[in-house]
Design a protein around this ligand. Structure first.
Ligand code: ATP
Length: 312
C-alpha cells in the first residue's frame, strides 16, 4: 500500500471505523461490491462508501483489482476536481470499506440515454472536463484503461468524476511509451479485461486487443469513443458479439450518423486512429495542447470552463 501523504491523513485513515458513519440507502451494486450513501456522524458530510466482502473478493480472485483501485486512488489524492477522491479506507473482519466522494447525479451513461444524445454545448463542455481529467491522470502517470460512460459519474453540480481505477496502470517512468517495458502488467490486465469486459468491449483500444499493450494514448482512444457517444447517443463500435466488436475496432469500421457536427467529427477522427502514437495528443507532454487547440474547442477557456450547461 502506498503510504499516506501527511500525518493528518494517516491519523484520519487510522481513526475511521464503520461506526463513524450512518449508512443509508444502497446507491449501486458492482459485481463484487455494494455502494452505500453514508453520512459522517461528526461532520454530517455525505460520502459514497464502497463495501467489499473479503470472502467474495478472494473467491472471485479480484484481490489484485481491489488493491489496484486503492493504490491508484491514493496516488491521485484530492487535487483534481474531476476524479473521485478516496477519503479513507478501513476494514472489519469480513469487509473492506472505501470512503469515496459521493457522485450525487450518477453515471454519464444514464444522462446520455435520458437525453438520447447531448447537444453541441454539452458535448463540448464534458469533453473539456475529460481532457482536463486526462491531463491530471497523465501528470500522475496513470492510464485508466477502462474509460467509458459508466465510469464517469456526475457530482451534485454536474461536474464529472472519473471512477473505477481497478484496471488502471501506473506508468513507471516519464519515458514510458507504447513500447515500454511494462508489458507484463499489460498482459495481466488484458487477460482480466477479456474476462470482465462483456457488454462494454466497445471502448477497448486496438493496441490493447492486438498487442496487450497500453499507454496514455489508450485513454485518448476511449475519449474518442465517449465523445462520439455523447454527440450521437450511440457507441461507434457495436456488434452482436465481442468478437464482432473487436473486428470492427481493428478495422476502424464505424460510421458517423447523418448531420454529425463537422468539428466534433474531425476531433473524433483524430483520436480514433489505429496507431496509438498518431492519435491527437499522443505526442503532447502533460498538457494536451493539441487537443486544446482543436477547432472543436475554439472559444473555450480551459482555465475557466465556467458552470456546466443545462443538460440537453
Ligand atoms: P463492476 O465491479 O461490476 O464493474 P462497478 O465498477 O460499477 O461494477 P462499483 O464501482 O462498486 O462497481 O459501483 C457500483 C455502482 O455504484 C455503480 O452503478 C456506480 O455508478 C455506483 N457508484 C460507484 N461509486 C459511486 C460514487 N462515488 N458515488 C455514487 N455512485 C457510485
Amino acid at each position: 500500500m502506498t503510504p499516506p501523504n501527511t500525518n493528518a491523513e494517516q491519523q484520519e485513515i487510522r481513526k475511521k471505523t464503520p461506526s463513524d458513519f450512518i449508512f443509508g440507502k444502497v446507491i449501486g451494486e458492482g459485481s463484487f461490491s455494494t455502494v452505500y450513501l453514508a453520512k459522517d456522524v461528526q461532520t454530517n458530510k455525505e460520502y459514497a462508501i464502497k463495501v467489499l466482502e473479503k470472502a467474495h473478493i478472494i473467491r472471485e480472485k479480484k484481490s489484485e483489482y481491489v488493491m489496484r483501485e486503492k493504490e491508484v486512488l491514493r496516488i491521485l489524492e484530492s487535487l483534481c476536481p474531476y476524479i473521485v477522491h478516496l477519503y479513507s479506507t478501513f476494514q472489519d473482519p469480513g469487509r473492506l470499506y472505501f470512503v469515496l466522494t459521493y457522485a450525487k447525479n450518477g453515471e454519464l451513461l444514464k444522462h446520455i440515454n435520458l437525453y438520447k444524445k447531448f447537444n453541441f454545448e454539452c458535448t463540448r463542455y464534458y469533453s473539456c472536463e475529460l481532457v482536463l481529467a486526462l491531463e491530471y491522470l497523465r501528470s500522475k502517470k496513470i492510464v485508466h484503461r477502462d474509460l467509458k460512460p459508466e465510469n464517469i459519474l456526475f457530482d451534485h453540480n454536474f461536474h464529472i468524476l472519473i471512477t473505477d481505477f481497478g484496471s488502471a496502470k501506473i506508468e513507471k517512468s516519464e519515458d514510458n511509451d507504447i513500447n515500454d517495458g511494462t508489458e507484463d502488467d499489460d498482459v495481466q490486465q488484458s487477460n482480466r479485461r477479456r474476462n470482465s469486459f462483456v457488454g462494454t468491449a466497445q471502448f477497448v483500444s486496438p493496441e490493447m486487443l492486438q498487442e496487450s499493450k497500453s499507454s496514455y494514448a489508450s485513454d485518448l482512444w476511449a475519449l474518442g469513443c465517449i465523445v462520439f457517444q455523447m454527440a450521437s447517443g450511440q457507441m461507434p463500435f457495436v456488434g452482436g458479439s465481442e468478437y464482432l466488436i473487436f473486428q470492427k475496432i481493428l478495422r476502424l469500421e464505424y460510421k458517423f450518423p447523418d448531420g454529425f457536427d463537422e468539428r466534433i467529427k474531425d476531433f473524433i477522427e483524430k483520436l480514433l486512429v489505429l496507431e496509438p502514437t498518431r492519435r491527437l495528443g499522443a505526442s503532447d507532454e502533460t498538457t494536451y495542447v493539441s487537443l486544446r487547440k482543436h477547432e472543436f474547442f475554439e472559444e473555450v477557456d480551459f482555465d475557466d470552463l465556467g458552470p456546466p450547461p443545462k443538460l440537453s
